[in-house]
Ligand binder design. Structure first.
Ligand SMILES: [Zn+2]
Length: 221
C-alpha cells in the first residue's frame, strides 16, 4: 500500500484473479473448450468434468468470482440463456429434465473461481447425487428466519409481503438440487480481499464487500 491511488490494490487483486482464472482464459480463447453457445457477453461450454453428458457451464465473459458481483442485467441475461440451453438439452439429448444451479461460495460447493450457472441434463435413474436432505426446522425458527430475510430484502428491493399467512401449508418447499461440488481453490479465496470490488453492481444498496467476505468464508466484514 503506497497510497498513490485509492482502489489500486483492489484493481490489482481483480487483475490477478482474472489472470489466474481458467475460465477467463477459455473466454479469451487461450484454453480450448467445447463451446455450446457464445454471444457478446456470455459463453456456454461443456464441463470438462461433467456430472452427466451435456453438463453445460454458462458464464459471463466478464470475470466475477461470485454471483452478487455480477450486474443485475447479467443475472437476467444468464437465466434467459440458461432457459434456452435447458430447452435445447431437453430436445437434443432427449433427457427427462435438467438441474440448473449456481454454487455461490465455497461452502455451497463452488470450485470454479468464476461465477457460472450449471445446466445438467437429467435422465431417470441417472443416480446423480444432487438431492437435498430434509432437516425439520421448528415453525417458530422458520418464522424468525422469514422475518430476518424479509427485513434485509425489504431494504434492498422495497417490496415485502405484509405478514405471514395465518397457516403455512406443510408442503410449501422450494426444494432444489444443489450440487455436491468440491470446495473452491484455497489460494483463490485468499487472493480476493474484502476490497476486491467496491462498487455495488447490483445497484440495490447491499454491501457487496460484506457479502463477498461471507462467500469467502469470513462470515462478516
Ligand atoms: Zn474468470
Amino acid at each position: 500500500m503506497d497510497g498513490t491511488a485509492s482502489g489500486a490494490s483492489s484493481e490489482q487483486a481483480a487483475a490477478l484473479q482474472k489472470e489466474n482464472c481458467l475460465f477467463c482464459h477459455i473466454v479469451e480463447g487461450k484454453v480450448l473448450s467445447r463451446k455450446v453457445y457464445e454471444d457478446e457477453s456470455v459463453i456456454a461450454i461443456l464441463d470438462i468434468n461433467p456430472a452427466n453428458a451435456g453438463h453445460i457451464l454458462l458464464m459471463p465473459k466478464e470475470h466475477y468470482l461470485f454471483m452478487p458481483q455480477a450486474p443485475e442485467t447479467m443475472i437476467g441475461k444468464l437465466f434467459v440463456v440458461a432457459k434456452q440451453l435447458s430447452h435445447a438439452a431437453l430436445r437434443a439429448l432427449r433427457t427427462d429434465g435438467t438441474t440448473i444451479f449456481v454454487a455461490n461460495g465455497g461452502i455451497a460447493g463452488q470450485r470454479a473461481p468464476h461465477f457460472m450457472v450449471h445446466i445438467i441434463p437429467r435422465l431417470t435413474g441417472d443416480g446423480l447425487a444432487l438431492s437435498v436432505a430434509e432437516n425439520p426446522i421448528a415453525a417458530e425458527v422458520n418464522e424468525q428466519v422469514r422475518k430476518q430475510i424479509q427485513a434485509v430484502l425489504g431494504a434492498a428491493l422495497g417490496a415485502a409481503p405484509s405478514s405471514a399467512p395465518a397457516e403455512m401449508p406443510e408442503a410449501v418447499s422450494g426444494r432444489a438440487e444443489p450440487a455436491a461440488e468440491k470446495p473452491i481453490v484455497p489460494e483463490e479465496r485468499k487472493k480476493v480481499g474484502s476490497d476486491s470490488d467496491k462498487q455495488d453492481s447490483s445497484g440495490n444498496g447491499v454491501d457487496l464487500d460484506t457479502i463477498t467476505n461471507m462467500l469467502l468464508g469470513g462470515r462478516n466484514g
